[in-house]
Design a protein around this ligand. Sequence first.
Ligand code: GTP
Ligand code: MG
Length: 318
Amino acid sequence: MSEQRKRPSSLEELGFSSTIVKKLRDAGVTTVEALAIANASELSQILGMPITTVQRMINTARNALNLGFKTALELKKERVSLPKITTGSRNLDNLLGGGVEVKNMTEFFGEFGSGKTQICHQLSVNVQLPPEKGGLGKKAVYIDTEGTFRWERIEAMARALGLDPDKVMEDILYVRAVSSDHQMAIVEELHNIIAKENIGLVIVDSVTGHFRAEYPGRENLAARQQKLNKHLHQLASLAELFNVAVVITNQVMARPDVFYGDPTMAVGGHVLYHTPGVRVYLKKSRGSRRIARIVDAPHLPESETVFAITDEGIRDPE
Ligand code: GTP
Ligand code: MG
């Protein structure tokens, strides 16, 4: 079936005329990826072109991104060859099947202080490592919704890995999202930034904070969930289309008694239940130790492990 070909980096490379490319740009469709996920009927109205023509253009973009049919074997080869980002802890990497996956969304959830933000900091450093050291040799985008990003921590983590801290900080694109709408707009904007800036990892810490604050209480639950689902879908597409790892965090209350079920179900905070990707539940243990447990992952066994938060960053426990 479809062969792996070079990803086109611009609309021109799809073989469209310059008039068409200009029309698309004017309509806000500036990348091949944006065209691939465009809605044919909406776009045909905006462009004033027949829907069949627009559908053909969209298909061209999808095929160029290898989004057409592929065999199960091709799918297998594609998935097993996907690079992973090391967490800094061999235990945690093993739990994740080698590290945080590109082309997928990974959620770290757990109570306050369970290590979600520390893991995000570490990943935004580690993604910059060369592949032979567990990175992608690429930059990170850090969407901070709670104002808990600390450059000092990045500096310390970079130094601990023998990297130039200034260089590492330069390759983390930081943005503070001030509302859920802003957060979603930032993800839209990333479509135009990822390829240009050589981004390998997109972090949203935390993904749920603004949504919870803006839609409090039971009466707002349905509206909140609907909007959050849209955001999660947006993030999952981002991972899939742009070959990046997406990492999100979600604070939940600790319920040790339900650790072996789905811990978020019991506290009524099951907002990210049944979202795509890998879900990792984090739990505080003795001192700097933290327990991580895979929940609800179709391709990973349900198991748990221990890692530590140290001055150097995320590591295996002593
Ligand atoms: P919330 O965002 O509040 O839900 O928590 P979180 O899960 O994001 O927790 P976070 O990742 O911020 O973990 C905080 C913990 O990391 C602290 O309790 C400290 O134990 C540890 N920590 C943070 N900074 C350092 C540091 O510089 N050195 C060491 N050794 N530990 C640190
Ligand atoms: Mg945090």
